[in-house]
Each structure stands twice: as C-alpha cells, then as structure tokens.
Design a protein around this ligand. Structure first.
Ligand SMILES: Nc1ncnc2c1ncn2[C@@H]1O[C@H](COP(=O)(O)OP(=O)(O)OP(=O)(O)O)[C@@H](O)[C@H]1O
Ligand SMILES: CC(=O)C(=O)O
Length: 332
C-alpha cells in the first residue's frame, strides 16, 4: 500500500522528510495550484530525493495539476470575511477567475475553501460580484471556489500545467493527479501532453471531484490508471451527508472494474492542530483500507499542519492494522 504526504511549508526540511519516510511514507504530492516545479527545485533535488534515497525507498513523486479547478487568486494577506457582511468578488475586490465572474448570477451561492466559507451573490456590477457572506471565516490565497449548482467551462490543462509537465521528467515525477476530470477526453488530452513531455511511463490518477466526474465514472475508470476519490471538492458538489455514499459507490465501481483507487482529504484533519487524531478519523482510515483503497494521501495535515510526522505515523499504523485484520480474516 502507498502512503503519500502533500509537500508544503510544514514538511519542507530534511528532518521532517526523514521523519515522514521513517513513519512509512512512500511518496509525496506537490500541489501545483500553490507552487511550481521550478520553485520547488531546491526542495526536490536537495531535500526530498536525498531523504528518499537515505530511506532506501523507490519513492513516488506526484504532481497535482491545476486543471479546470476554480480558485481564488493570490491575496497579499488573508482576508477576514464576517458573516452577514458584504464583500466583492472580482476586479474591484477579491480576485477570482474571469470564467467564474462571467458564470455567476445573482442568487447563486459560492463556496470558498472547500465550503469552509459561503457567500451569496446579490448583484453583478462592473467591479465584480457583490456578495453577502453567509458563512464567514478567514480567506487565504488560492483557496478553492465553486459556484454551487453551476458548471463553468474551463480548459483541461492550464498554461502552467503545460509548463510543469514539460519540467516533470527531470524532477523525477512518477504520477500525475488530474483534477476535475469530466470524462475520458480529459484523460486522453493529458496523456497526449504527457507523451509530448516524454512522460509516457507516468501514471494518471484521475480525481473524481464533481457531479460530472460521477456521471462519467465508467469511462473515466476505463481511461485512467488509478482513481482518486477526492473528497474535498467532491464534498462541495453535494450535501455533505451524501459524500460517504458517493465514496462507497466509486470504490464499488473501481473494485468491479479491477481499477486501483485511493481515498484522500481530511483523513486526519484535526491533526493539523492536535498531536492525536479523533476516533472518527482513525475509523475512516481503517474503513478506507477495508474497502480496498490502494493508497492514502494526507493533504493539509503535512503541507500546513503542526504535526506532519505524527499524522503520517497514525495513517500508516491504522492502515497496517486494517491490512493485518484483513489478512487474518482471509486465513479463516
Ligand atoms: N506547496 C505548498 N506551499 C504552500 N502551502 C501549501 C502548499 N501545498 C498546500 N499548501 C497549503 O495546504 C493547504 C491544503 O493543501 P491541499 O493540497 O489540500 O490544498 P487545496 O487548496 O485544498 O487544494 P486541493 O483541492 O487540490 O486539495 C492548501 O490550501 C495550502 O494552504
Ligand atoms: C485533494 C483534492 O483535490 C480534494 O480532495 O478535492
């Protein structure tokens, strides 16, 4: 089984990466919505690969592309948004992609940062979308943005994705996480771009993270190498209580097709701030393994959390417990 950490400020030093490998990490993900391969050159060349070598691992390196995902732009500082207050999304306020500005209409609700914040569009003006904050919080740079119930037409790969793909081989990238896959065509487009970049051997991990991905699940399963159940954004596309049912449905379809799949996001969310997980979190990990997840991946816990090594330790130990129990059951 593979155990992945997301690289970020909390684990970008040699001691932490040594700790993550020692805890059982088998590879890392770089989220290219927050950085570029070129910016990470020192981290990868001088820290990550030497740590993998010391650990004696044939480690994976996964790049997560930008793809069609909508995000807030870069902010000079985090913005506090108070519940009940008004804010503007657009050229005269918080930067958002032009496609989102065009698509959103008065009455629409816009979720920010995987639904941690929620605003309702009241008016569309030249300076942007005048919104009422329904669920407040602090908004940070490059957080996800979704217009609830509306599909925004964006390209499969951004210019930055193509630049990163062109660099990928020389940085040792082994897997590509493809966001917001909307059908087999998106995967064929990526495969062609990978071939042009000399990455024919790279594996495509297709993220199922919206309704379109769920609708086209069968063709995506056929075209991808591995399926990623990306619960962060997938959870934005349905009432949260329906998410476990969607997760189980994707897992079932993958098992039936013999396609490897894995589960990501908020596996150990509370460990961003606490050294010990909740009972619910370890149960979630255990159940994902019983369902057949071939890998597990931490996101904010290792990229931005206070306990990256402890989180990896709980992830690996809990998953190994499930694997041991499965083996015992199969022996009986
Ligand atoms: N390379 C990075 N540099 C700095 N901060 C990062 C980096 N990668 C992730 N982070 C921080 O950790 C948070 C959680 O990471 P994660 O990869 O889940 O991002 P995300 O914005 O939720 O995107 P996605 O929807 O693709 O998961 C990010 O929102 C960001 O604040
Ligand atoms: C990791 C990710 O992209 C998600 O869960 O949405």
């Amino acid at each position: 089984m593979e155990f992945y950490a997301t690289l970020g400020g909390s684990c970008a030093d040699r001691a932490t990466l040594d700790g993550l490998f020692a805890a059982g990490m088998t590879g890392a993900r770089l989220n290219l919505s927050h950085t570029t391969l070129q910016q990470c050159a020192p981290l990868l060349k001088e820290v990550y690969w030497p740590a993998a070598q010391k650990a004696g691992r044939q480690a994976h390196l996964i790049i997560d592309l930008q793809g069609p995902e909508l995000r807030v732009g870069t902010l000079s500082a985090p913005i506090p948004l108070e519940t009940g207050s008004q804010t503007v999304l657009g050229p005269g306020g918080i930067p958002i992609p032009p496609a989102a500005l065009e698509a959103a209409q008065p009455g629409d609700r816009i979720s920010l940062d995987d639904s941690a914040l929620l605003v309702r569009v009241e008016e569309k003006r030249p300076e942007g979308l005048v919104c009422r904050v329904e669920r407040g919080g602090t908004l940070q740079s490059r957080k996800s943005l979704a217009i609830l119930g509306r599909e925004v037409n964006t390209p499969t790969l951004t210019g930055a994705d193509l630049d990163n793909l062109a660099q990928a081989k020389r940085f040792g990238v082994t897997h590509i996480l493809q966001p917001f896959v909307r059908g087999a065509d998106d995967i064929h487009t990526l495969r062609r771009a990978m071939a042009q970049a000399g990455l024919e051997q790279g594996k495509i991990m297709a993220k199922i993270e919206n309704q379109r991905g769920l609708e086209k699940l069968d063709e995506i399963i056929e075209a991808a190498d591995i399926i990623c159940i990306a619960r962060g954004d997938l959870g934005n596309s349905m009432p949260l209580w329906q998410l476990p049912s969607a997760q189980k449905r994707i897992a079932r379809a993958c098992r039936a097709a013999g396609k490897p799949f894995f589960v990501v996001t908020q596996l150990l969310w509370s460990m961003q701030e606490r050294a010990v997980p909740t009972r619910a979190e370890v149960s979630d990990i255990y159940n994902a393994v019983l369902d057949g997840s071939c890998a597990l991946m931490l996101t904010g816990e290792t990229a931005a959390g206070s306990y990256p090594v402890e989180a990896m330790d709980y992830l690996v130990k809990t998953a190994c417990q499930a694997l041991t129990d499965l083996e015992k059951e199969n022996e009986v």
